[in-house]
Design a binder for this molecule. Structure first.
Ligand SMILES: [Zn+2]
Length: 429
């Protein structure tokens, strides 16, 4: 028995001398170069690095002496060639996934660097190269049925978008109650998530309300399982947004995802590439998709509406009796979400101008003129990034629910997505 155990214990030492181990350490070297590359691109494009919590001296070095965009392009291509030369079959399956993750991230970096040098892509080509998924966008006519249904739910004179806005006006969280409502929403998202996901005990977030941003909410992950969650109050925040934002930015969304990557991959495995998060990369497809899919995962069926009516409506000073009809309107609006992506594609590809885009967003996404302007500001700044929300959530929800999985299984699958080097292609498996 002793002898056998000894032999087994020795086996990994023997393996360590094989080429596979050398290939693994090559992967570690590429990962370090990838972090340097990403940080230096961040010096050339503000906002490119969404989060970094690796060694501070690497950020200092990137700041002090960033290569120019051309040199960074060449460096990204060289790293891709090095990675491609590693034969995946000799790697451990987890290392194979690490290799696939880095290849996708580097392809996105090369694409972004080409864009920084003036290269223009068609919307769907850009989306595929940056985020790893080629979106199929529905023509606007496919939203006519959902529009007709809403028209019946909110009868009256005037354009439907104005009737939707008037209805939503009754559900705006008063400014002086926003903090209490948001904190209660996040606490519920957190409690539901923690039944299935563990995070280090020191995990925490700060909550801030801000203005003058193109986005509705943002999670700034600071490392050490700490996030700053910002909510933009340029536009009125309606009550249903509280749970959406709490799940999306916090639990089981961005704060949870980044905390899991930090704990399991950076600290657990020593995979330094996960200490940096470049915004324009397949990582964003997983981040935004899981953050949005997490809402229904944490609040299946009617549980979101029930929690809002019971807890959030009283905190916001809104009569809970209005909740049922409002929820039905929101569900109908949900059907229209893809319309704005189609319109943003038409706008970014130059098929329509901004005025036409505002008009179409009013008609098909039922946006107010202010809401439409925000959507287009977002599109101007982040371009094809918009696919990550709807399509990302759709693909992650399908992966969670495949085979009619029960709640426990859905959460187990989500934990794996959030804790491994997940790439969009993994979701179809
Ligand atoms: Zn997000």
């Amino acid at each position: 028995m002793i002898r056998r155990a000894l032999l087994l214990a020795l086996a990994p030492l023997v393996l360590a001398a094989t080429p596979a181990a050398a290939q693994r350490s090559l992967l570690d070297g590429i990962a370090i170069d990838y972090v340097k590359l990403t940080l230096e691109i961040g010096e050339r494009e503000p906002g490119y690095v969404d989060a970094y919590f690796g060694p501070p001296e690497m950020a200092t070095a990137a700041k002090a002496n960033p290569r120019d965009v051309k040199a960074l392009s060449a460096a990204a291509a060289a790293l891709t060639a090095k990675l491609t030369a590693i034969e995946p079959s000799i790697l451990h399956p987890t290392e194979q996934r690490r290799r696939a993750y880095l290849l996708g991230q580097l392809k996105a970096a090369e694409t972004r660097l080409a864009m920084l040098q003036g290269k223009k892509f068609k919307f769907v080509d850009e989306a595929e190269a940056l985020f790893g998924v080629r979106p199929v966008l529905k023509p606007l006519a496919e939203y006519d049925a959902a529009l007709a249904q809403l028209d019946k739910m909110l009868p009256g004179p005037g354009p439907l978008a104005a009737r939707v806005a008037a209805e939503a006006g009754g559900f705006v969280i008063p400014t002086d109650k926003a903090d209490a409502v948001m904190r209660a929403a996040i606490a519920e998202c957190r409690a539901r998530t923690f039944k299935h996901v563990t995070l280090p005990a020191k995990e925490r977030f700060d909550l801030e309300f801000v203005k003058n941003q193109p986005w509705g909410g943002y999670n700034w992950f600071k490392g050490d399982t700490h996030s700053l969650i910002q909510i933009n109050t340029d536009l009125p925040v309606t009550i249903s947004r509280a749970i959406d934002l709490g799940c999306h930015e916090g639990y089981p969304g961005h704060h949870t995802y980044m905390s899991r990557l930090e704990e399991k991959l950076v600290n657990g495995r020593g995979w330094i590439e996960f200490s940096v998060y470049p915004l324009y990369s397949p990582q964003s497809f997983i981040a935004e998709g899981s953050a949005n899919a997490g809402i229904k995962l944490a609040f299946p069926g009617d549980e979101q509406a029930e929690f809002e009516a019971k807890t959030l409506y009283p905190l916001a000073g809104i009569a809970p009796s209005k909740a049922v009809k409002h929820d039905a309107v929101l569900k109908a609006l949900e059907e229209l979400k893809g319309a704005s992506v189609t319109i943003q594609q038409m706008y970014l590809d130059g098929e329509i101008d901004r005025a036409k885009a505002v008009e179409l967003l009013g008609k098909y996404a039922l946006s107010s003129p202010e809401g439409a302007a925000k959507s287009l500001d977002f599109a101007d700044r982040y371009r094809s990034y918009v696919i990550n929300y709807g399509l990302g959530a759709e693909m992650i929800t399908q992966a969670l629910e495949a085979g009619g999985a029960d709640e426990k299984t859905r959460w187990e699958r989500m934990v794996l997505i959030l804790s491994e080097p997940t790439v969009p292609a993994d979701l179809a498996r």
